[in-house]
Ligand binder design. Structure first.
Ligand code: P6P
Length: 329
């Protein structure tokens, strides 16, 4: 009998069926992680509805408060935070959550195994001007025994300890992209069915490179090697593309080949982006797609976190461009 060739999972498979079919790959194939991923996807569908109608529902604009980051909180930041924490609570798989919108650990149920670090709506200030935004999440197994209070060390785990990570991109289409350490797969929301459908199986950075993404106003205030690298990108004909929405910039660079840079500056000596619920997840995905992610010196996934809302310099993208950046450093 000829060996049955693994034809992979066909485009058109729903996210639910895909997760179920891959469940055996999980070290803890009890179905809990599968359910947790489905809970996040469900909340993503709800947030998607609110993002695309914000202009009509009065959800554009600022709350008028400043969040733990010292940044003006957008109304949709709060709405997305509520949606995801409620979905994780009702899904009964999560022990605790750390969210960009909440200073402290959100204790959910100490009998559960999983920890979720999440940026409920990254780049939300772009919504008022109709630019893509995203949700970014990381999932860990707790280290402390179930039935006990979740501890700081359950939250402060290295990125290399993630069991899953992903993002939801609310763009010209809404996509759910995730990894459990066995490659990266992308699903597009079919609004008529209300289902995420496999549209981008086994996503990988392409060999060719096309874009570099940096807020060029930072160049004068960042280390000289960054400007030298940007000059070399221009010389080799890369296009500058910077949406100012991390998930959108990352997603385009992963599909077309490119590099995203957010260096440290005098007013952001540790960089701007958050390690726990932005950079770790995208670094995990990038590496699973044959990319590289560093803070300029260290592999992002190896950085030992010291606090929940820790910031970091962040460079992520195609291996060839990241190696070139390294040569300038
Ligand atoms: P700047 C959005 O606030 C964000 O966290 C990322 O989504 C985005 O890439 C970056 O900050 C934009 O920052 O300083 O260029 O406006």
């Amino acid at each position: 009998m000829a060996e049955k060739k693994d034809l992979g999972t066909p485009i058109g498979t729903t996210l639910d069926r895909f997760i179920k079919s891959k469940q055996d790959e999980f070290k803890y194939a009890t179905g809990e992680l599968s359910q947790l991923l489905r809970d996040i996807a469900l909340a993503g569908k709800i947030v998607n509805k609110e993002v695309i109608s914000a202009g009509l529902s009065g959800l554009n604009g600022q709350v008028g408060e400043v969040n733990v980051q010292g940044e003006n909180q957008q109304k949709l930041d709060v709405v997305a935070h509520i949606r995801f924490t409620r979905a994780l609570t009702n899904g009964r798989m999560t022990a605790a959550v750390v969210s960009e919108e909440e200073e402290k650990i959100i204790h959910i149920n100490e009998d559960n195994h999983y920890i979720v670090a999440i940026d409920p709506l990254d780049g939300s200030s772009n919504i008022d001007v109709n630019v893509s935004v995203g949700t970014i999440f990381s999932i860990y197994r707790r280290k402390s025994p179930t039935g006990t209070k979740v501890t700081k060390s359950d939250i402060l785990q290295k990125g290399s300890a993630q069991v899953a990570a992903g993002y939801i991109l609310y763009g010209s289409s809404t996509m759910f992209v995730y990894t459990t350490g066995f490659g990266v797969n992308g699903f597009t929301l079919d609004l008529s069915l209300g289902e995420f459908i496999l549209s981008h199986p086994e996503m990988k950075f392409p060999k060719e490179v096309a874009y570099y993404s940096i807020n060029e106003s930072l160049l004068e205030d960042s280390e000289p090697y960054i400007s030298k690298f940007v000059m070399s990108c221009r010389k080799q004909g890369l296009s500058a593309r910077y949406i100012g929405s991390l998930v959108a910039d990352f997603h385009r660079n992963m599909l077309k080949g490119g590099i995203y840079l957010y260096p440290k500056t005098s007013d952001k000596p540790n960089g701007k982006l958050r390690l726990l619920y932005e950079c770790y997840a995208l670094a995990f995905i990038a590496e699973q797609a044959n990319g590289v992610a560093t803070d300029g010196v260290n592999r992002i996934l190896d950085i030992d976190p010291k606090e929940f809302h820790q910031r970091t310099e962040f460079y992520v993208g195609s291996k060839s461009l990241m190696e070139e950046l390294n040569r300038f450093n």
